[in-house]
Ligand binder design. Structure first.
Ligand SMILES: *Cc1c(COP(=O)(O)O)cnc(C)c1O
Length: 399
């Protein structure tokens, strides 16, 4: 096979997605003819205003909220920062304690660590070997000083889906606000903020075939929250700055497409993912699938291969035109293994040899075949040269 002629096989959709042509088409007019500032009063700016309003309705509809409860941000990280810092600062008189999990995205973890430096206290709850949080642990962690529970809906590394509705119920039983980072869940899991007891929800456009640098925070009506970005009166005085109109329009169109038929989408993606998982586990010895066997995102496969380094796997896969990731994109530049893999109990060596493959809309059965052809060879080659590989796990040289 001539790898150079091969189009890249992109299996890193948890890091980011391509933009759907319909999304680009919806955005295009807002870069050119409809360039007006939505805050301007003349008729010319009406198109921009209407584009933003329409997107707000679409985002609200996608999560079961009303448009007035949707606030646009510059991505998932900003939404997480706003939710957690905003609630902490606005509710300081009531309490100073936050409950979260140890497998959150860094946008949540580092925000909580920053709040600890400001005098708040944070409980980082452990998860089980599959990455599931026990709602009973959340109940036990809540004190009369607790103001917020923040737990992600689905994990970006291992794909584990949390029992969000139960977590929401536990928080509300104790009069505590519940935030969920749903960046990986939107478009993959049906979401209803009322049914799930969610007070604040973060989402990000580029994880569901929308534009990068776009996102939103859902804030339940009546929630006490401070502003994060101060300035003009945009977003009903809650988030200053001239709106990213093309981005917001693209976010709206993307969320509408992503949530139109989640079940059919998941069925197709999960069938490919399951074939990938079966193929890899049967072809490669000393391999394990990380994350929950059933309560996981349809597109996520995360493996540990003993005796090898994740970075080396990525380099060799890249040489074959396969895009994948080890740990999370944000931590792959550091030498520390992923906090998520350590939290599910993997020893350091196994956490270092991890590979995440996340499928998406453009993947085909041929892509799965190709990865199944290349990956066993790559792992075999790396084990051949790894000093950690015991004799029984060395494969005979291919040629
Ligand atoms: C990607 C991601 C984020 C950050 O979103 P950005 O839009 O890239 O800032 C936050 N949380 C989770 C779970 C993610 O996967």
């Amino acid at each position: 096979m001539n790898d150079q002629d091969q189009r890249p096989v992109y299996m890193d959709h948890a890091a980011t997605t391509f933009m759907k042509p319909e999304v680009i088409a919806a955005m295009a007019p807002y870069f050119s003819q409809h360039f007006g500032n939505p805050s301007s009063l003349y008729r010319f700016a009406r198109e921009s205003r209407m584009g933003v309003d329409e997107a707000r309705r679409e985002v609200g509809a996608a999560v079961g909220a009303s448009p007035e409860e949707i606030f646009f941000t510059a991505g998932g990280s900003e939404a997480d920062n706003w939710a957690i810092k905003g609630v902490a600062l606005a509710n300081r008189k009531r309490g100073d304690h936050i409950v979260t999990s140890s497998i959150e995205h860094h946008a949540v973890l580092h925000t909580c660590e920053w709040l600890e430096k400001q005098g708040f206290s944070v409980t980082y709850l452990p998860v089980d070997e599959f990455g599931l949080l026990d709602p009973g642990d959340v109940r036990d962690a809540i004190t009369d000083r607790t103001i917020l529970v923040s737990v992600m809906a689905a994990n970006n590394e291992i794909g584990t889906i949390q029992p969000v509705a139960e977590l929401g119920r536990v928080a509300h039983d104790h009069g505590v606000l519940f935030h969920t980072d749903a960046v990986q869940a939107v478009g993959a899991v049906p979401i209803d903020v009322d049914r799930m007891g969610i007070d604040l929800l973060s989402l990000s456009g580029h994880k569901f075939y929308g534009p990068k640098g776009t996102g939103a925070l859902y804030i339940r009506r009546g929630t006490r929250i401070e502003n994060l970005i101060h300035g003009g009166g945009q977003e009903r005085g809650r988030r200053a700055g001239t709106e990213n109109v093309p981005g917001i329009v693209g976010l709206g169109r993307a969320i509408e497409l992503a949530t139109a038929d989640i079940e059919a989408h998941n069925r197709r993606i999960a069938a490919m993912r399951d074939r990938l998982v079966r193929g890899i586990l049967s072809a490669i010895p000393d391999a394990r699938l990380n994350g929950h066997p059933t309560e996981r995102l349809a597109n996520n496969a995360n493996f540990s291969f003993r005796y090898v380094e994740g970075e080396s796997i990525l380099l060799l896969l890249d040489a074959h035109g396969i895009c994948a990731s080890t740990g999370s994109a944000c931590s792959s530049a550091s030498l520390e293994p992923s906090h998520v893999l350590l939290a599910i109990g993997l020893p350091h060596e196994e956490a270092h040899g991890s590979l995440r493959l996340t499928l998406g809309d453009a993947n085909t059965e041929e892509d799965v075949d190709y990865v199944l052809e290349v990956l066993p060879e790559v792992i075999g080659r790396l084990r051949q040269i790894s000093p950690l590989t015991p004799a029984h796990a060395r494969m005979p040289e291919a040629d």
